[in-house]
Ligand binder design. Structure first.
Ligand code: ACM
Length: 540
């Protein structure tokens, strides 16, 4: 008996000593959350223990300045609704439960990189810049239970697995575009759109502010652009527009989330809303020709003045243009670029430049050169859709690839920088498949795996990799007119945009990404997001 009992007693004693001396082990759920961050971090080391966020927690900031206070307030605001905790912010306190520390020690990770360390009694996020602290917070959000995203107090245990994540992005340009011209989306929708981008560490939101169907940004020297040109939208709804003050509010809201707003005024084509607002800009009558259109010099005259065009509520493209030779056109583009530049603190202005099918080629090139000059004169860097490669662009301009590889190569040869938005891969308005309730499919059906399985650096052969700034997923608005519609097309594909822009190609795989995306569904449900349950993703 003695010999048979002895080992058993040793095991029992050993277990008792182990349990009483060891800290709590992380649950499987917390461990999986730690390993499921999107975009995938550079390194993940899990150490097996567990941290629990409690109501007496505080946020320590070091140094205590306006920037660290702003990110600490953002974090406290993020954690409050679901936990109900009022987390106090403590100055210069590196012993606090959650520490946000700016330190040059982490400058090796770049200004957007961060180190997040979780031990059983503390969470520390370090970065050399506030941007990195903000991205560390987004990661912390994802390693907390999904209930953290709920808008009311949850009865949950706020467990985080212990370990360390170091992280930094590959590309400096990570964003999406929202078309507010085809259908207008107001302040609340755009703010939510900005928040969704922030959640996945995106740093650009491009607003397509004007198109044939509507002019959505107030230009004080040309007030009829919005008073008349903002009145309708695709299908004939009531449209709308942002005052310059509202636009400034959006810019500030985005800035507080480390996102720069890129304003786009689409010229010289896609311009009917302006031609409908001011007859003096109208350069002729558009007539169909060989399946396309052309402009003839037959200006309809009304009361001795050129008649404006009619407002347009259809979805055809490529049939409107400014006329380069008109004095009113020069005044118009000068005023518009000046006013938009003045209300945009970011260094970029997007002048459109796509599908100007009825603009004479020589005029098109003259327009691009003039836009370049005006952007520079207003202290801005010009961005245009890929067709601007035909102009005299150089390393001071940015070309956005969407369709024609030759234009990307042409821009690269001219030394211009490039943003990758290939329509067959990352146009977020493309239908997932033929059963998608909204969206178009002129470029392709873009399923979740199509959106993920390509590489920014190698997508167009012959483009200098050094020239590529990053990625943007455009969400065009012909078929969408509600937040539910935005969410249906944005989720899950926004996570593909984010990971392609953030994570090095060698760290990416569809198997890992689709698994991690499947785990995001619980968070999206907590946030009330109407995501599309793509058949390609193993939803959890
Ligand atoms: C575009 O899709 N026309 C840029």
């Amino acid at each position: 008996m003695k010999t048979r009992l002895q080992p058993l007693l040793f095991v029992l004693l050993g277990s008792f000593l182990f349990l009483s001396s060891c800290k709590k082990q992380a649950s499987q759920e917390a461990t999986e959350a730690f390993n499921s961050v999107i975009p995938k971090p550079l390194t993940i080391d899990i150490s097996g223990g567990a941290f629990f966020l409690k109501s007496d927690a505080a946020i320590g900031i070091k140094p205590d300045n306006e920037k660290t206070r702003a990110v600490a307030n953002y974090l406290a605001g993020l954690l409050k609704p679901a936990t109900g905790f009022d987390l106090e912010i403590q100055s210069e306190d590196t012993k606090a439960t959650i520490v946000l520390e700016l330190t040059s020690d982490e400058s090796g990770l770049g200004g957007e990189g961060y180190r997040l360390t979780v031990t059983d009694d503390q969470i520390v996020i370090r970065s050399s810049e506030p941007n990195g602290l903000f991205y560390g917070i987004q990661t912390l959000r994802q390693i907390l239970p999904s209930a953290i995203e709920a808008t009311n107090v949850q009865n949950a245990s706020w467990e985080v697995a212990t370990g360390e994540i170091t992280d930094r992005p590959v590309y400096s340009w990570r964003g999406t575009m929202l078309d507010v011209a085809r259908h207008f989306f107001g302040m609340e929708a755009v703010k939510r759109f900005i928040d969704y981008n922030a959640m996945y560490k995106m740093n650009k939101v491009h607003l397509h502010l004007t198109d044939d169907q509507g002019w959505r940004i107030e230009i004080k020297s040309w007030p009829n652009l919005t008073a008349h040109g903002g009145k309708t939208e695709v299908g004939g709804g009531t449209g709308g527009f942002f005052t310059q003050e509202q636009y400034a509010e959006l810019v500030n809201y985005a800035q507080s989330r480390f996102i720069t707003i890129i304003p786009e005024i689409d010229m010289p084509g896609h311009i009917n809303s302006a031609l409908a607002s001011y007859g003096e800009l109208n350069g002729g009558t558009v007539v169909p020709e060989e399946g396309r259109y052309k402009v003839v010099d037959a200006n309809p005259v009304l009361d001795g003045k050129i008649k404006p065009t009619d407002l347009y509520i259809g979805t055809e493209v490529g049939w409107s243009t400014l006329r380069f030779e008109k004095e009113s056109t020069m005044r118009f583009i000068t005023d518009v670029i000046r006013e938009i530049s003045a209300i945009t603190p970011g260094p970029w202005i997007h002048i459109g430049g796509d599908e100007a099918h009825v603009t004479k080629k020589s005029d098109y090139i003259a327009f691009v050169n003039k836009f370049t000059e005006l952007a520079k004169a207003n202290g801005k860097i010009m961005i245009g859709w890929e067709e601007i490669a035909q102009g005299d662009i150089d390393s001071t301009s940015i070309s956005q690839h969407w369709h024609e590889p030759n234009y990307a190569r042409m821009a690269s040869e001219k030394g211009a920088k490039i943003i990758m938005s290939p329509s067959t891969k990352i146009y977020l308005d493309m239908q997932y498949d033929s059963t998608s309730r909204i969206g178009l499919h002129w470029a392709a059906y873009v399923e979740a795996d199509d959106a993920y399985n390509w590489d920014i650096a190698t997508h167009v052969e012959g483009v200098d990799e050094e020239a590529i700034l990053g990625i943007e997923g455009p969400l065009w608005g012909e078929t969408i007119d509600s937040m539910e519609d935005i969410e249906y097309l944005l989720f899950p594909r926004i996570t593909a945009v984010a990971e392609l822009g953030w994570t090095p190609a060698e760290n990416r795989s569809w198997e890992s990404y689709s698994y991690r995306t499947g785990r995001q569904a619980a968070r999206w449900k907590s946030l009330g997001i109407d995501y599309h349950p793509s058949v390609k993703i193993p939803w959890k």
